[in-house]
Ligand binder design. Sequence first.
Ligand SMILES: O=C1O[C@H](COP(=O)(O)O)[C@@H](O)[C@H](O)[C@H]1O
Length: 258
Amino acid sequence: MTAPGVVVHRDQDLLAHAVAARLVTRLVDAQAARGSASVVLTGGGVGTAVLAAVAASPARDAVDWGRLDVWWGDERFLPSGDPERNETGARAALLDHVPLDPARVHPMGAQDGPDGDDPDAAAERYVTRLRAAAGPGGGPVPAFDVLMLGVGPDAHVASLFPGMPALDDGRAAVAVRGAPKPPPTRISLTFPSLRAAREVWVLASGASKAEAVRLGLSETDPSRAPVAGARGSERTLFLIDRAAAPEPGPGSGRDGSA
Ligand SMILES: O=C1O[C@H](COP(=O)(O)O)[C@@H](O)[C@H](O)[C@H]1O
């Protein structure tokens, strides 16, 4: 696992625009190198603000949207179109405004989907889709170019909450029941899937996230602070605003930006 870097921006608005610029560059570079790119989206305040900032950026046209695979790190298991679904927010903020190939958009299952009200079956369907995308001879999931994660004040990422069984699950995606943050039933990628990403970006804004960021940058057991287990295979970045920045300790090695 890679040790994380940290970039601090002035406030949430600047954070969202800076991450949007970084995301466009990352996708363009991946497409130049490999012909296509893949991104894993997060729900939450900053994650959705980043997508809106991409939509508002003239640079978005540098991305070949038809050669982008879009995945999700987690989803709230609700009917499709429910405003609480991460997919709904992502579509409204960006996905409905760019010429994606619908076959390359991979939402997690909804309560009114082909598996009905069965989150285990919906998670298993996602496992199958991920494996198919990884290709013959590939692993259980593709090597995503970039995977973005919001983080909760309780240090959860995706729908991996402290102390819950999903943290130790080796399947690529699982159903989560009894999540402490509503809604209680969700689908989430697991740690092995998060760590398959070339780059993991943890996004955090606001003072309520500062302790989670501190834990995420530490060696804390991921079963207590799941964000501490979110690491990319090539690079891990914590992209945060000043309010979410923990007090810098001696030798923190933090690089910052205004
Ligand atoms: O429930 C969730 O929460 C986190 C963080 O959301 P935020 O609004 O506090 O930033 C999010 O990353 C995750 O995808 C989502 O399902």
